[in-house]
Design a protein around this ligand. Sequence first.
Ligand SMILES: Nc1ncnc2c1ncn2[C@@H]1O[C@H](COP(=O)(O)OP(=O)(O)OP(=O)(O)O)[C@@H](O)[C@H]1O
Ligand SMILES: Nc1nc2c(c(=O)[nH]1)N=C(CO)CN2
Length: 166
Amino acid sequence: MSEVYLSLGSNLGDREENLKRAVFELEHWEGIILKKLSPIYETKPVGYLNQDMFLNIAVEVETNIGPYDLLKVVNEIEKKLKRERLIRWGPRTIDIDILLYDDIELKDEVLSIPHPRIWERAFVLIPLSDINPFIKKGDVYIKDLIAELPDKEGVKLYKENWYNGV
Ligand SMILES: Nc1ncnc2c1ncn2[C@@H]1O[C@H](COP(=O)(O)OP(=O)(O)OP(=O)(O)O)[C@@H](O)[C@H]1O
Ligand SMILES: Nc1nc2c(c(=O)[nH]1)N=C(CO)CN2
């Protein structure tokens, strides 16, 4: 079994309900075991600024599904939640990114692991460090990376203990 970290975000429709539905799908997917869920954070949009606030979480799962098949799974869940891609970095009912997959490093046209932008995104690193503070980039703990990030002020705790199934 592999240890995988995912990042989920929503800023369209009922954001909390979208996160719950996506986590429910992951939890009930054959070959995926849900291990840890972060609190929900409300976060200022990064990249494309003219859009509503996001809710973001990080999730740890165990799985025997390989990285490329796992990408298909998360894309399928996004589709199920009726995600439409209109603007790059724009509004979405749900976005699911594969952050880390064991210690794998890979990069091609369809998939990059670790996700290329995670180390510079407080909305990713803050929930991630809640579920595993021991993750490092090289020699540096993510807490120390977060301290250096300008967008950390835009990340506020929204709700703890929020998931009980849907
Ligand atoms: N680690 C990864 N997790 C999820 N998707 C990835 C990853 N690496 C590459 N991709 C690719 O990125 C493509 C675009 O993803 P998406 O539209 O969700 O980007 P985005 O969420 O708008 O921006 P960002 O990638 O900065 O979060 C996906 O179709 C997928 O093939
Ligand atoms: N706060 C926040 N900003 C974003 C997010 C997100 O999930 N949260 N996702 C993006 C594209 O992946 C772009 N910008």
